[in-house]
Ligand binder design. Structure first.
Ligand code: OAD
Length: 280
């Protein structure tokens, strides 16, 4: 997708004459136009598009564990037992318990200053959040355009939906922070399962995410080890001249001339990013 450019500014035309003599009239007309509130509403506003790709690190300061850091979730749980489609087929009860616990952690967590700073950018920019996180902290911080790549822990769907091995959006519903147990059925009579993309499953929102990244004027990546594909490859869809900022306290396995690494935790890194953004 081609990068969207700001529409050209309207030129004042004076039937081929130069502005001498017409200058004052033209200036008055411009001011009259600008100060008419109806016209202000219709002025073309070229708001920069910012795509924000987040991972577990953005929620770390809210007390939600990351996956691959020291004492991260995958140090204490085998991902193939609790986060893969094979694990579900082997022991769905164990998986349901794991996500019931995760739901209570999400309920008790609060958005941190990084989630809020990302949401606040909507005042000045056209911001699209693409998150690998299954929590709802971006939404609770006020972000209005959030695309979840790996699902949402507060939602469920039938184990086998209309497409058998995948689902239709109409079958997904919100359960908030309630538990789901073996024997809890969807309206179609199937066992309910968490609305999570597990290892071994397709990532239905990846194309939408790629479109968002390719249309962005700036790409910001916060708190992801960039080790799980296809999400980890999304930054490659950014335009050749699109600045890419990464906020993460650790070194990351990417070497791309477009990338500026802010080596900080998310809350502090967002402060630095906002200063950089003003200079773009
Ligand atoms: P990881 O645990 O792989 O990576 C977390 C990243 O956050 C690391 O690079 C950390 O350095 C960084 N980090 C830690 N604390 C931070 C902080 N306070 N501020 C900013 N960054 C911080 O998590 P993800 O990359 O999100 O998928 O993992 C991707 C996917 O792997 C997850 O969505 C999940 C997991 O398996 C599924 O379960 C399907």
């Amino acid at each position: 997708m081609a990068e969207k450019k700001a529409p050209p500014r309207t030129k004042i035309r004076t039937n081929g004459r130069t502005c001498k003599g017409w200058g004052l009239l033209a200036v008055c007309e411009v001011f009259a136009y600008l100060y008419n509130p109806n016209h202000i509403k219709t002025l073309p506003m070229a708001r920069k598009k910012i795509a924000v790709l987040t991972g577990a690190g953005v929620s770390a300061e809210s007390g939600i564990s990351t996956f691959r850091d020291n004492d991260g979730l995958w140090e204490n749980f085998d991902p193939y037992e609790v986060a893969s489609i094979d694990g579900w087929l082997k022991d769905p009860g164990k998986m349901l318990t794991f996500y019931n616990h995760m739901r209570t952690h999400v309920r008790d967590a609060k958005p941190n200053a990084a989630h809020k700073a990302i949401a606040d950018m909507e005042k000045d920019y056209d911001v699209h959040v693409i998150t690998q996180n299954v929590d709802n902290l971006h939404e609770r911080a006020g972000s209005t355009k959030v695309l979840h790549l790996h699902g949402e822990v507060t939602k469920v769907r039938p184990e086998r939906g209309v497409y058998d091995r995948t689902y239709s959006e109409a079958e997904v519903f919100d359960i908030g922070y309630s538990e789901v147990n073996l024997g809890d059925k969807a309206p179609n009579g199937e066992q309910l399962r968490p609305h999570i993309v597990w290892f071994g499953e397709a990532v239905p929102n990846i194309e939408k995410a790629a479109d968002i990244v390719s249309a962005a004027d700036v790409l910001l990546i916060v708190g992801t080890s960039l080790s799980v594909y296809p999400a980890a490859g999304l930054y490659r869809y950014a335009g050749n001249d699109t600045p890419i900022f990464i906020i993460d306290p650790k070194d990351l396995p990417v070497a791309d001339r477009r990338i500026h690494h802010i080596k900080e935790v998310a809350t502090k890194g967002m402060e630095e990013f906002l200063l950089c953004l003003e200079t773009l």
